[in-house]
Design a protein around this ligand. Structure first.
Ligand code: ADP
Ligand code: MG
Length: 364
């Protein structure tokens, strides 16, 4: 059963992708080890992420989107370092043999693997006790020429501009809406509820797409990498992820509220704010910047670059159809602890506490 499962869902569907990459993958699925052959003069980049049903995705979520997203979140880490995907492995634990779930999961995984030209080269498949959640653990391998500078979290310069792709917080709107619909977790504050209910079908659809099927910003990152100083992908929320950049680079990061407001206006526009039943109130709209700071699950890129790179970055964003926005700037750290500073539309500055997702946050 185990070997038949592997053959049907993970070996055969991925075979054409593997054959197309035979030069860099001499041995794929089926032996004790896969063998990768990175190009000469390249460094290997490795990243791994685990997704647990009930924590990272809804247990009854469409399995195609689960497959798509589990690989996307890994590829997003490679993109953030400007690395080109080589291959990935999949460790899967399931409490029961569910052919319909496995087929849809495998197809979603394959669609993302094809989009990234990243073959599946091995893994492990285990059963887990009845009633336990599905666990998907993926490791990706990528490569990048060793002569290029690395896009580390510690590489921001004072005077850099701070950029973000997409709309941080967009996925969180869909997540909160879904949790509300399912009566999961604590009741939403009234203003958040009003905000979610005032999203038009267009706004909801954009948020849901980002939550379920994030698009990896790989093409933009690779082409922009010569301009990028520090970079990471947003997985736990802008405020916490920016703190990682600030701490690693030992610099203060300033986020402008006005930029976040403009970003949401661009995104939702007249189309997105208008709902047949409940148009978005100014109070609801005013909550959007806070969603941007807290929202996890966006898998957008956040990076710094010299102001002189502005035009090249904006041109590239247009060419690659990547929404791109300058959110603020990087400046010398004025205390012993690097800070993320939020400057309100009126110009008052406050230090942001990290309010991003922490798996063990309730325990500490
Ligand atoms: P071993 O016992 O030698 O670790 P397994 O019997 O677990 O190997 O797996 C047989 C082959 O199938 C190996 O090449 C392994 O990499 C591959 N494999 C197992 N599970 C998966 C999976 N979920 N996705 C892709 N390949 C898998
Ligand atoms: Mg095994």
């Amino acid at each position: 059963m185990e070997f038949e499962l592997i053959r049907q869902y993970f070996s055969e569907p991925f075979l054409p992708l593997l054959k197309g990459a035979a030069d860099r993958i001499p041995v794929g699925i089926g032996d004790d080890c896969a063998v990768l052959r990175p190009r000469a003069g390249h460094e290997l980049y490795i990243s791994t992420d685990t997704s647990v049903a009930g924590v990272h995705f809804f247990p009854d979520q469409d399995a195609h989107s689960v497959g798509w997203k589990c690989l996307a979140v890994n590829l997003s880490d490679l993109a953030a370092k400007g690395a080109t995907p080589l291959a990935f492995t999949l460790n899967l634990s399931v409490p029961k043999f569910d052919p319909a779930w496995l087929a849809a999961f495998s197809q979603g995984l394959l669609a993302q693997a094809q989009a990234a030209n990243c073959p599946l080269v091995g893994g492990d498949t285990t059963s887990s006790p009845a009633g336990s959640p599905v666990v998907v653990s993926i490791t990706v391998w990528g490569e990048r020429p060793a002569e290029l500078k690395r896009l580390g979290r510690d590489a921001a310069h004072p005077g850099d501009e701070l950029w973000v792709t997409g709309v941080p917080g967009l996925a969180r709107l869909a997540l909160l809406g879904e949790m509300h619909r399912r009566a999961w977790g604590a009741a939403l504050p009234a203003d958040d509820l009003a905000l979610i209910e005032s999203l038009s079908p267009f706004g909801c659809q954009q948020a849901t797409e980002r939550l379920l099927r994030p698009v990896v910003r790989a093409e933009f990152a690779q082409q922009a990498s010569g301009h990028i100083h520090a970079c990471l992908d947003l997985s736990d929320g802008l405020s916490g992820d920016l703190q990682h950049l600030a701490s690693a680079s030992r610099l203060d990061f300033v986020v402008e509220e006005s930029a976040l407001i403009e970003l949401w206006q661009r995104t939702l526009g007249a189309e997105g704010c208008k709902s047949c039943s409940a148009p978005m109130t100014p109070a609801a709209f005013a909550r959007l910047p806070s969603h941007s700071l807290q929202g996890g699950d966006d898998y957008e890129l956040c990076f710094t670059a010299a102001p002189s790179a502005r035009k090249a970055l904006l041109d590239l964003a247009l060419r690659t159809q990547t929404p791109l926005m300058c959110l603020g700037a990087v400046r010398a750290c004025d205390s012993s602890v690097p800070r993320v500073v939020f400057r309100s539309a009126e110009g008052t500055e406050s230090t942001l506490r990290s309010r991003s997702f922490d798996h063990f946050g309730v325990l500490s």
